[in-house]
Design a protein around this ligand. Structure first.
Ligand code: SF4
Length: 322
């Protein structure tokens, strides 16, 4: 199965450069593991606007009903520079499949970034997003965008990896789109999409059912919007079991009652988090090899991203149902 290479913007201090305010970089094993499978576009917005490395720290403050970015030691207000750079950057980015941004940064952070009462006060008024991150979130709504810290969580990481590889694969498929290519993409992703959102899966199916080669560009655009929406939330924890039950249907004539019972018992163990999802997938994959099920065998659901990106310790944690 061909796996596309996602194009991912990453905060440059994560593995790529010693560009933090203190002149250091951050070791990140997840970014390291992705390097062979992803085309990274590293960027440090603070260096790009000329703050230099090392530099005095910066912070967000709330002033005159606005959030501004300042450097307390030099009293510089760098809000305009940062906003201008961020807008230019996102407007010139071209094709992209996702973002990994550094947490806790007044530039790159997505969640819980402190906005202080004033340039020299320690009190926090409220929490918001970094300025650079805000621009990205605005321009790339529904794209996979994560902080590196959250990717340490198995469930968050697998969802992010699944989304970026599915979107990259879609981008590759529609470089020169045809009706056949779109239908093939949808067909091999059907069970993955079913796990994520059955309502959107149905809408996508309807859209493709009325597709002709004449209006393909419009369809690609609409389909892509649905695809991003589908991946904008992690799958419901019970929906993976629904997919497994659908897959079981392919073998109903081939299996004896003991085999079916064993499979259903295994599903129960997954539901109770006694064993990981991969336990059920392995059974299905062995039946696919034995009974030759070409439609099921091509399903991305069974390998949504390169296997090498699975942390072996995840196998012991009950993947997806955590
Ligand atoms: S968090 Fe963002 S701005 Fe800060 S050093 Fe890293 S890349 Fe640069």
């Amino acid at each position: 199965m061909k796996i596309s290479k996602p194009r991912i913007v990453v905060s440059k201090c994560l593995e790529f450069d010693q560009c933090r305010y203190n002149g250091l970089s951050i070791n990140d094993s997840i970014i390291r593991s992705l390097k062979d499978y992803v085309e990274f576009i590293p960027i440090c917005p603070e260096v790009e606007i000329g703050l230099g490395t090392p530099r005095d720290p910066i912070r967000l403050i709330y002033k005159n009903k606005e959030i501004i970015l300042v450097q307390p030691n030099t009293k510089k207000d760098i809000t305009v520079k940062m906003k201008k750079f961020s807008d230019q950057f996102v407007n010139n980015l071209g094709t992209i499949d996702g973002f990994i941004l550094k947490n806790r940064s007044p530039s790159c952070g997505i969640y819980g970034i402190r906005v202080f009462d004033d340039i020299d006060k320690p009190s926090v008024k409220f929490k918001d997003k970094g300025l650079f991150a805000k621009s990205i979130l605005h321009h790339f709504s529904n794209f996979p965008i994560e902080e590196e810290g959250r990717l340490k969580n198995t469930e968050v990481r697998e969802h992010f990896f699944t989304a970026i590889f599915a979107i990259a694969n879609f981008r590759d498929e529609v470089t020169k789109p045809t009706r056949g290519k779109l239908i093939e993409y949808h067909s091999k992703n059907k069970y993955l999409f079913m796990m994520y959102n059955q309502t959107i899966l149905k809408k996508m199916g309807k859209l493709l059912a009325s597709l002709t080669d004449q209006k393909i560009e419009d369809t690609v655009e609409l389909y892509f919007e649905m695809l991003k929406e589908l991946f904008s939330r992690r799958p419901n924890k019970h929906s993976v079991i629904n997919v497994h039950m659908h897959a079981l249907g392919y073998f109903s004539k081939d299996l004896n009652s003991k085999e079916k019972k064993y499979f259903l018992n295994t599903l129960e163990k997954v539901r109770s988090k006694i064993i990981p999802v991969s336990g059920v997938n392995s059974i299905l994959e062995s039946w696919m090899a034995r009974y030759d099920q070409p439609y099921l065998s091509k399903q991305i659901f069974f390998q949504p991203f390169p296997q090498e990106l699975i942390d072996p310790s995840d196998y012991a944690k009950g993947r997806v149902l955590d």
